[in-house]
Design a protein around this ligand. Structure first.
Ligand code: PFF
Ligand code: NA
Length: 455
């Protein structure tokens, strides 16, 4: 195990299919499912957005995930190293290695703000544990959340703790604790979400929520919502950020990339839909605003917990699980950079600490954009960024620009540059279905979405 920290040592592999699925699901399932999916669904009008999102997962996300895991496994290296090796392997085409660099950069930017949001779970754990949600009214819950955002000191503290936790695991080598942690985490999260959905059914607004989530009203769909849905498909599946490539590098040769990718995508989507079914009935029951933004679950869920029997216990458990889910995701974000630096001769500990500190520093600007700098919208001169705070900009830049672009380039690489015999050797009989999709369908779909957002 110690040998892994040495540059050039061949990395240990996941013990098997199950271990890889657990790590990949740990990366995929996180704030994206429980925090981001509900609030962007609320902001983008519900059903039609959800439908587009599901289509993006199936037609673009899943084949790109297969591509990334394949590239990672073929390269057996960090995302940057694997892309460089893959590019070399297809002839003189080094430029494609840029995909790995952009992915690592995207993961770094995401980590910087993800840590701030994940930090919110910790004061919520304390509040829940202390019974602070018992009988809480929607207004008071809103005020509680507002108070947290208004306090740079608190946000900074929890951001720091969370980044520390991320660095800790990353420095120790991700394959150590991750496998075991995720094995109990995911089932527990699933059960807890089911309990929340069960409660949501008693609010009398479950039907309205199901209608909101699954009855598409295409008049509410804009070109930008389609881009948001597409970007979220990548974000939620940890694509175009190196995470799946980095984890794919530790995957044994005889394991089916297609089957494992399908499993990961299905579990990730299941968690997001459950989160939606748990949250929107509460939103409607309490007259809250579906488009309330990033605070949505932090305002709504305490109200629900506050009214259910054993609510403080379940609330504590829920925010603990959310913290863990975010943790197993943030570890995978740092892995892109750490595995690269490690390859370049930097020890794993130094790489994790250095990368963590750098992301922590950038994260401070997200902390400030939620309060002292909330009026700072530095990129107003570009229409795409108008009115966006630094946090909004990081989110938009990664999910709506870098990730779709990275995925597009990945599809073009595996669909047009890489020799089909090479990809077929990795994907087996699934290759026949996958290939036309990544060659035509995925890139054309991404290009169309981009086109309508730029015109
Ligand atoms: N997939 C994670 C989520 O849904 O919360 C977010 C994420 C993890 C994005 C890892 C990128 C990444 F590399
Ligand atoms: Na996710």
């Amino acid at each position: 195990v110690q040998g892994k920290t040495q540059a050039g040592a061949s990395p240990a592999l996941w013990s098997g299919r199950f271990a890889f699925i657990m790590a990949a699901v740990g990366s995929a399932v996180g704030l994206g499912n429980i925090w981001k999916f509900p609030y962007i669904t609320g902001e983008n009008g519900g059903g039609a957005f959800v439908l587009v999102y599901l289509a993006c997962i199936a037609v673009i996300g899943l084949p790109i995930m297969m591509s990334e895991v394949m590239l990672g496994r073929r390269g057996g290296k960090s995302p940057i190293g694997a892309m460089a090796a893959a590019a070399d392997g297809e002839g003189r085409s080094r430029g494609w290695a840029g995909i790995g660099i952009m992915a690592t950069l995207a993961a770094f930017i995401i980590l910087s703000f993800y840590s701030v949001i994940a930090g919110w779970t910790m004061p919520y754990i304390a509040e829940a544990f202390g019974g602070g949600f018992e009988g809480i009214a929607a207004e008071d819950s809103g005020a509680l959340f507002g108070g947290l955002l208004a306090s740079p000191g608190q946000l900074l503290l929890w951001h720091t703790v969370f980044m520390g936790l991320t660095v800790l695991v990353s420095a120790g080598g991700v394959r150590h604790g991750l496998e075991r942690a995720v094995t109990w985490l995911m089932p527990a999260l699933f059960v807890l979400l089911l309990i929340l959905v069960g409660y949501a059914m008693t609010t009398g607004h479950f039907g309205a929520a199901v209608g909101f989530l699954f009855k598409p009203d295409f008049s509410s769909l804009t070109a930008e919502s389609i881009l948001v849905a597409l970007g979220h498909a990548f974000f939620t599946l940890s694509l175009a950020s190196g995470a799946m490539m980095a984890y794919g590098a530790y995957l044994k040769k005889d394991i089916s990339i297609a089957r494992t990718s399908v499993t990961v995508a299905v579990m990730d989507t299941g968690v997001a839909l459950l989160a939606g079914l748990a949250i929107f009935p509460i939103v409607f029951a309490h007259g809250l605003e579906p488009g309330a933004g990033p605070g949505l679950i932090f305002v709504t869920l305490p109200v629900a917990f506050g009214q259910m029997p054993g609510g403080s216990f379940f609330a504590t458990l829920f925010f603990v699980l959310l913290l863990f889910a975010a943790w197993t995701s943030s570890i995978s974000m740092l892995e892109s950079l750490v595995s690269y630096l490690n390859e370049k001769g930097v020890s794993r500990v130094k790489a994790a600490v250095g990368g963590g500190i750098a992301a922590w520093l950038v994260g401070i600007t997200t902390v400030l954009s939620l309060n002292l700098w909330s009026d700072l919208t530095p990129l107003d001169m570009w229409a795409q960024f108008e009115g966006k705070t630094l946090f909004d900009i990081y989110d938009y830049l990664t999910a709506n620009i870098m990730m779709p672009l990275g995925a597009l380039l990945t599809a073009l690489f595996v669909g047009w540059k890489m020799k089909p015999v090479h990809s077929a050797a990795e994907l087996g009989r699934w290759h026949a279905v996958w290939f036309p999709v990544v060659r035509y369908l995925s890139p054309i779909a991404v290009l169309i979405v981009f086109y309508f957002n730029l015109s």
